[in-house]
Design a protein around this ligand. Structure first.
Ligand code: NAD
Ligand code: ZN
Ligand code: ZN
Length: 347
């Protein structure tokens, strides 16, 4: 079968021919219907050889941590899933037994590192192939009548902002402001989730006028250019108070400085992007009682909730479709900043 793999440190992803996998006991084989392209893949492929090895990633690595498919074959002992089911893949695989996994928070599994459990596309072979192995049926969520191509990215570009926002909901009552920095794949879904779950005024920041156009289209009340004047612009929009919640989907030094600078007293500053920046906080450098959070992905039950938000029409992903053969072009488009919403590969 064909797969899109990262084969050598510093190389571009390439389409290769590999053997179709067979599901072992407890595993499920999916015929992939869609695979989303995330900026985190670019981060992984940008690591040095030492950093890559330290993170435990294998080479070659079949990419794709947003996946959807049709159940094609069941390993021994698999129950409650049938061949032909349309499913989405819950990506942050955990052990399934620890305290966090027991609550569905496999993204915070306390055994995964020690047991070598890694997400598909970020260690285990991912969804950018004609077929993929899912390690356990509990990592499958029924798609029902949701279109896989339109909705596959909800497994990360939807789930990650949903988890980030859900924990800040108590801060986002009437009359409040939420800021979304970076309105790409994750950010444009975050805006819709904020509009669906809160009455907050949503301020979107990006460096691209086109991305700001998308932000407004999907529901942002204000679009602000992300530069050194952004904090002043947010303060002006909030009567000098700042925002009750700031979500940074870039995570670079300058955007984290904006996020910290725009926070109101008791605000949540949530840094989702892995752009290499760090926050400088201390007495006088951030509003009183502001909290900083660095979330990772989301829980199994939150993925079910995000898919329900899509089913009820509250959230939709802006998708640009690529064939598996054209997969490398999707990554070129991502690197050049020209993807509007999310690039999705359809094998
Ligand atoms: P993307 O490329 O689709 O979107 C990034 C957006 O940020 C683009 O619209 C870009 O124009 C904008 N941007 C770049 N520099 C900016 C700046 N200085 N100010 C404002 N906007 C700027 O990326 P994505 O796939 O949405 O991922 C966003 C980030 O989240 C990445 O760093 C990714 O690795 C990370 N991520 C983290 C998690 C997690 O669990 N923490 C999960 C998924 C992705
Ligand atoms: Zn991702
Ligand atoms: Zn666990």
């Amino acid at each position: 079968m064909k797969a899109l793999q990262y084969t050598r440190i510093g190389s571009h992803p390439e389409v290769v021919e590999i053997e179709k996998p067979t599901p072992g006991p407890g595993q499920v084989l999916l015929q992939v219907t869609a695979a989303g392209v995330c900026h985190s893949d670019e981060y992984v492929m940008g690591l040095s050889a030492d950093e890559y090895a330290a993170a435990g990633y294998p080479l070659p690595l079949t990419l794709g941590h947003e996946g959807a498919g049709i159940v094609a074959e069941l390993g021994e002992g698999v129950e409650h899933v049938s061949v032909g089911d349309a499913v989405a893949v819950y990506g942050p695989w955990g052990c399934g037994r620890c305290h966090n996994c027991s609550q569905g928070k496999e993204n915070y599994c306390t055994n995964a590192a020690a047991e070598g459990i890694m997400p598909p596309g970020l260690g285990a072979p991912g969804s950018m192939a004609e077929y993929m192995i899912v390690d356990d049926a509990r990592h499958l969520v029924p798609l029902g009548d949701l279109d896989p191509v339109e909705n596959v990215s909800l497994t990360d570009a939807g789930l990650t902002p949903y988890h980030a926002i859900k924990n800040s909901l108590p801060k986002l009552g009437a009359g409040t402001t939420a800021v979304v920095i970076g309105t790409g794949g994750l950010g444009h879904v975050a805006i819709q989730i904020l509009r669906a779950l809160t009455s907050a005024t949503v301020v979107a920041l990006d460096i691209s006028e086109e991305k700001l156009g998308l932000a407004t289209e999907v529901g942002a009340h204000h679009a602000v250019l992300s530069d050194e004047d952004a904090v002043a612009a947010i303060r002006e929009l909030t009567g000098g108070l700042g925002a009750e919640a700031v979500f940074d989907f870039v995570g670079a030094g300058p955007t984290i400085a904006t996020a910290v600078g725009a926070a109101a007293a008791e605000a949540d500053v949530t840094i989702v992007g892995i752009g290499g920046g760090t926050a400088h906080v201390g007495f006088g450098s951030i509003a009183y009682d502001a909290a900083l959070r660095i979330p990772y992905w989301g829980s199994r039950s939150e993925l079910i909730e995000v898919l329900d938000l899509a089913r009820s029409g509250h959230v939709g992903v802006e998708v640009q479709q690529y064939s598996l053969e054209d997969g490398p072009k999707a990554y070129e488009a991502l690197a050049s900043g020209s993807v509007r919403g999310r690039a999705v590969i359809v094998p």
